[in-house]
Ligand binder design. Structure first.
Ligand SMILES: Nc1ncnc2c1ncn2[C@@H]1O[C@H](COP(=O)(O)OP(=O)(O)O)[C@@H](O)[C@H]1O
Ligand SMILES: Nc1ccn([C@@H]2O[C@H](COP(=O)(O)OP(=O)(O)O)[C@@H](O)[C@H]2O)c(=O)n1
Length: 208
């Protein structure tokens, strides 16, 4: 069974994807980490973040073990990721790994921006997770604060708005719900309630 979870920044898709994967005993891939790692590697190689050649080299030489770096979780890494994510060749290079992960025996859960539309258009269930921008900013703020990062709510809100705009307006695999995705607004749901709602949507889709 393949489950696709998409949505804008800090909507809670990663949290849901992990819980759903545990529930059904499936492996889980946070595809945003791939773009974050490519952006990090472009900078480490000494190139400008919008250099398409360097980004393609970084994407082609990416190793899954490099996704565990905690620095990839910062808002700066997310912003840089959305810049390399606009480059079509980078997306194509990362597609191979994502498709192989999704089609492993038994299936998988993947979360990102284009899982339901591009990576796994035939997924058994697709959920597009949303939440009001202010709610998302508050959640990300609390998360960063918990890690001891010096962030402000205004800074996080600006980052989320800028990134959503960039992700939704790019020409290649823009962020959008697949036509057959179920929408889940988690603004007024805690993690447990959001998980219950997601499980209900998936069960309905797969006929359980
Ligand atoms: N429904 C929810 N209610 C409150 N906090 C949530 C909810 N879903 C996720 N969070 C918290 O919000 C933050 C961002 O969630 P995350 O799953 O990382 O979002 P995304 O993967 O969409 O960026 C995390 O700290 C997470 O624990
Ligand atoms: N499938 C995906 C996943 C992420 N991305 C890009 O990578 C960036 C970081 O993604 P993420 O999922 O780690 O970000 P958050 O939603 O966790 O803040 C996004 O803003 C997108 O630009 C993408 O283009 N396609």
């Amino acid at each position: 069974m393949i489950i696709a979870i998409d949505g804008p920044a800090a909507s809670g898709k990663g949290t849901l994807a992990k819980r759903i994967a545990e529930h059904w005993g499936l492996p889980c891939l946070d595809t945003g980490l791939l773009y974050r790692a490519v952006a990090r590697d472009v900078v480490l190689l000494g190139f400008r973040i919008d250099d398409p050649w360097a980004a393609l080299i970084a994407a082609r030489s990416l190793h899954p073990a490099e996704l565990l770096d905690p620095d990839l979780r910062t808002p700066q890494a997310g912003d840089a990721a959305s810049i390399v994510a606009r480059i079509p060749q980078v997306r194509t290079a990362l597609l191979v790994y994502q498709r192989a992960f999704a089609t492993q025996p038994g299936g998988a859960v993947l979360d990102g921006r284009d899982i339901g539309t591009v990576v796994c258009p035939d997924a058994d269930a697709k959920i597009y997770v949303t939440a009001r921008t202010e709610v998302r900013a508050k959640r990300r703020f609390l998360e960063c604060q918990g890690r001891g990062e010096g962030v402000t709510i205004e800074g996080i809100l600006a980052d989320i708005r800028r990134r959503d705009e960039r992700d939704a307006s790019r020409g290649s695999a823009p962020m959008r719900p697949a036509d057959d995705a179920d929408l889940l607004d988690t603004s007024d749901l805690d993690i447990e309630a959001a998980f219950d709602a997601a499980v209900g949507l998936i069960k309905r889709k797969i006929g359980q």
